[in-house]
Design a protein around this ligand. Structure first.
Ligand code: NAP
Ligand code: MG
Length: 493
């Protein structure tokens, strides 16, 4: 049913959404302090260099976190090298696979605990961590477990051999899932790892370290060190790291590429994005509304592949934006531990500042700003209501730069050529989406969009078997699928 919004019975949003609180009630004890996992041991790290980890939904301090210095990173790399040359490097693929299956199963078994830790740490709704982050992380380990004994078949006539020690640095938006994306293919391929979580989200990596101990993964195969950018720089710059895998912002990706230039290190870079949704007038509009909303407001827009630009056919633009507003006005913002919450907290005070500064830039650029949801956010915590920007053009900063928050910029088009031109007019190239009821058009436009990932009549859909990654300033290399194995393998004749 694609009747225009004004013809529909008006939903009484306030009545419909007067829901009783539905808090997640499971009790999980948070660690007081997060240290490092080096050579199979959980160690507290040095006393003198600790920082606070803040709950973005309440601003309360959850715990302290250790900062690894060069010496501690060096110990982690040394442990990884020993395991690469020894137990892990010599183990059969089938046996390595068994460890990966065990990790996957243990993630499932501890799913509720992991979801709670992730939500407290990151601020994203418990529904997302429970239904997406944790199951998808487990699925990655299951998927790559299946590859561990088949490395000689990843490319005809070539034998897959591990690269060695991998230095992996990840962001705060999907902490457990990003760890899984990094570790699962690396381990399946026989490598060992030194991983650094983002400083604002160390909790699920710490819980994962406990899981690795529980499944008796040999010491040194995975090492996890905490800290800020300097710790990341110490990992990627360490002379005994063979491969760098980075997920994060484009500016930091550039710094790392400069740092490792001229070295023998391999690298993959999963960087920022400014994903475009192209919505044609013949699209299934209710479905497109859901897809556009999921594309930008999922995880508060803290998604590298977020569909942060809506490029909608002019003839339906006003009606489509009205539908979006109607639907957005039903979204509940607030306590991420409540199962009814749709929009959680912005991950940190810094990121809140960044998002708000872009909202201010939008004002200065003359955009028409609309913010909505079903309720007011709590007093404490870091919140931004879902935001629509209309009256913007291709040259505006809010259309060109990654905001990494719940802000959707809307532009219009008249012809398919114009739509493709606008969608591709970006320094990034991570993701794009196209919505149409015409299948030939879907294929034609999907091919014309310059992005590593293109969804047709859908958005933000993930599968471990499907490669993910960017082009242009969104980076290079793929994660997921057989493509995600190649960066972790030397293919020998
Ligand atoms: P970020 O500031 O680039 O940080 C990413 C990671 O790098 C963090 O662990 C960070 O530590 C560390 N780091 C900072 N400076 C470093 C340096 N000089 N050398 C080595 N490591 C360093 O990004 P973020 O704000 O955490 O994450 C958001 C960004 O990630 C967005 O741009 C988003 O698009 C991108 N992202 C991309 C993908 C993808 O697959 N393409 C997926 C998710 C996110 P600290 O946390 O301590 O600063
Ligand atoms: Mg945190």
């Amino acid at each position: 049913m694609n009747d225009a919004p004004e013809q529909r019975p008006r939903l009484k949003i306030a009545d419909a959404l007067d829901l009783a609180p539905a808090p997640e009630r499971a009790q999980v004890t948070l660690p007081d302090h997060v240290g490092h996992y080096i050579g199979g041991s959980l160690v507290p790290g040095r006393d003198e260099d600790r920082f606070d980890n803040v709950d973005p939904a309440t601003e309360a301090v959850l715990n302290t976190v250790a900062t690894a210095n060069e010496a501690e990173v060096g110990r982690a790399v040394k442990a990884a090298r020993k395991a690469a040359d020894g137990v892990w490097g010599q183990m059969s693929g089938a046996d390595r696979g068994k460890y990966l299956y065990r990790i996957a199963r243990r993630i499932q078994e501890k799913g509720r605990e992991l979801a709670i830790l992730e939500t407290r740490d990151n601020g994203k709704p418990i529904r997302e961590t429970r239904d997406f982050d944790v199951p998808t992380a487990a699925a990655h380990f299951f998927y790559y477990a299946g590859w561990a004994d088949k490395l000689d078949y990843v490319m005809p006539g070539r034998r897959g051999r591990p690269v060695g020690v991998c230095g992996q640095v990840i962001p705060w938006n999907f902490p457990l899932l990003m760890a899984a994306w990094k570790l699962a293919p690396a381990l399946a391929a026989g490598n060992t790892c030194v991983l650094k979580p983002a400083e604002s989200t160390p909790l699920t990596a710490w819980a994962l370290a406990e899981i690795l101990q529980e499944v008796e993964l040999p010491p040194g195969v995975v090492n996890i060190v905490n800290g800020a950018g300097a710790t990341g720089a110490a990992i990627v710059g360490h002379e005994d790291v063979d491969k760098v895998a980075f997920t994060g912002s484009t500016p930091v990706g550039r710094i790392i590429m400069r740092q490792i230039a001229g070295s023998k290190k391999r690298a993959t870079m999963e960087l920022g994005g400014k994903g475009a949704h192209v919505v044609f007038a013949d699209a299934p509009l209710d479905q497109a509304v859901e897809g556009v909303i999921n594309g930008i407001f999922f995880n508060q827009g803290h998604v590298c592949c977020a569909g942060s630009r809506l490029i909608v056919e002019e003839s339906i633009a006003d009606a489509f934006v009205e539908r979006l507003k109607l639907r957005i006005a039903s979204l509940r913002i607030g306590d991420p531990m409540d199962k009814n919450t749709d929009i959680g907290a912005i991950n940190s005070k810094e990121q809140l500042g960044t998002v708000n500064s872009y909202i201010e830039i939008a004002r200065q650029e003359g955009a028409t700003l609309w913010q909505g949801c079903a309720n007011e956010p709590p007093e404490k915590g870091y919140w931004v209501k879902p935001t629509l920007l209309t009256g913007v053009s291709q040259t505006n900063r809010v259309v060109r730069e990654e905001i990494f928050g719940p802000v959707l910029a809307v532009v219009t088009f008249r012809t398919p050529e114009e739509a493709v031109k606008k969608a591709n007019d970006s320094e990034f190239g991570l993701s794009a989406g196209v919505w149409s009821g015409n299948e030939a058009r879907l294929f034609e436009i999907a091919h014309a969009l310059n992005a590593g990932v293109v969804w047709a009549n859908g958005y933000n859909l993930f599968d471990p078997a499907s490669p993910f990654g960017g082009i242009r300033h969104s980076g290079f290399g793929r994660e997921g699928g057989i493509h995600g194995l190649y960066p972790y393998l030397r293919l020998e004749a």
